[in-house]
Write a new protein. Structure first.
Length: 364
């Protein structure tokens, strides 16, 4: 996965005007402002206003200075450009200092730990790094872009603006990673047809093997699958939304077991296939509605066909490990997924059979 880092940018805490440089140059060359005015054809007032930073050095003036002072026009133009930029940056710092409380809503330390942003010594630089991460000009734009999209997600919960900040951070990282993935144009039928093949990937324990296969298979149907670590206090398993001509399916590994990972994948796949209108879908605790229930049923039945499960339970009301392994092999999925399903249905206690599950950990 690619790490997103802010660019280091020197921000001065003082300004050197082009007029100061010009005045020093005139003094060194022994030329008065009046003499320069005569040589350039500019008025004495214009030269004086440039020296006092009341007037800018235009491209035309820079060319006149090149001919009369011997320094190239780009030297004078660059002085003016850098001065104007530095002036705006210093004004922007003052504005950012008024928005430092906004920074406190975001998991900056976790973002820096994962390499998503640079850890800065001062808060103004840290705020600037966070804005660059979101690719926005100010905190106001975050509210316009992100809070609007997350209102529907949090409508039936007691989530706060800080919760939205953490969720938007995780979602934004998914966007960044998805932009780096090459995908074909989204093809719903092709994606739906690929789910049977993808289901067979559940039997592969090593993520170094199944993740590239999963990513490439989905990318061929226009779905970018991205794995982004869950941030502290973010209880989210996955998310799905449209990005231009492709879909993003974002997975967090929250829960860390293969049964939860693959259930989340097929849950999000249902949103793409059956609810594909570009809406943002989030899967997590306390985020239930009719479409989420439909996606749960889709994932449940896609992984373990209902008639197969009924047959297993008819023969073995509480199957033992060997019977679960045999059943899983017979229907072509990982045994840990069967354990997870039986635990969810309260056929098995939550502490029984977990050795059949595969656990995942994020590594640097």
């Amino acid at each position: 996965m690619n790490n997103f880092q802010t660019a280091n940018k020197y921000i001065p805490d003082y300004l050197v005007t082009p007029g100061e440089v010009l005045e020093d140059y005139l003094g060194y060359a022994g030329i008065t402002q009046a003499t320069l005015a005569n040589r350039t054809g500019l008025s004495k007032k214009t030269i004086n206003e440039i020296v006092k930073a009341k007037s800018a050095i235009t491209a035309e003036t820079a060319l006149k200075f090149e001919r009369t002072l011997g320094r190239p026009a780009h030297f004078w133009s660059n002085l003016e450009r850098q001065y104007q930029e530095d002036k705006v940056r210093l004004a922007d710092i003052i504005k950012l200092e008024k928005d430092l409380e906004w920074l406190d809503m975001f998991p900056v330390n976790a973002m820096a730990k994962y390499g998503w942003i640079e850890k800065c010594k001062d808060k103004v630089s840290q705020l600037d790094a966070l804005l660059r991460f979101f690719a926005i000009a100010s905190p106001k734009q975050w509210g316009i872009i992100w809070l609007h999209d997350l209102e529907a997600v949090f409508r039936k919960t007691e989530k706060s603006e800080k919760d939205a900040a953490i969720l938007s951070t995780w979602l934004r990282k998914g966007e960044i990673e998805a932009q780096h993935q090459r995908c074909d144009k989204f093809d719903k039928q092709k994606f739906q047809n690929s789910l049977t093949e993808i289901r067979s990937f559940t039997t592969i324990e090593d993520p170094k093997i199944f993740v590239p296969k999963l990513e490439s298979t989905c990318a061929a149907a226009g779905v970018a699958v991205v794995f982004i670590p869950a941030l502290p206090k973010l209880c989210v398993y996955g998310a799905t939304r449209r990005l231009s001509d492709k879909y993003i399916m974002q997975l967090s590994l929250y829960g860390k077991s293969n049964d939860q990972l693959w259930f989340t994948f097929f849950h999000e796949a249902c949103h793409i296939i059956k609810h594909s209108c570009g809406e943002l879908y989030i899967e997590g605790p306390c985020l239930e509605n009719e479409r989420e229930s439909e996606a749960n049923a889709f994932a449940r039945d896609m992984l373990i066909p209902p008639e197969k499960l009924r047959h297993l339970l008819l023969l073995n009301y509480k199957p033992i490990l060997s019977q679960i392994e045999e059943f899983a092999e017979g229907i072509g999925i990982a045994p840990g997924i069967v354990v997870g399903r039986l635990q969810h249905d309260k056929v098995l206690p939550m502490n029984w059979g977990n050795d059949l599950k595969t656990r995942y950990e994020w590594v640097k």
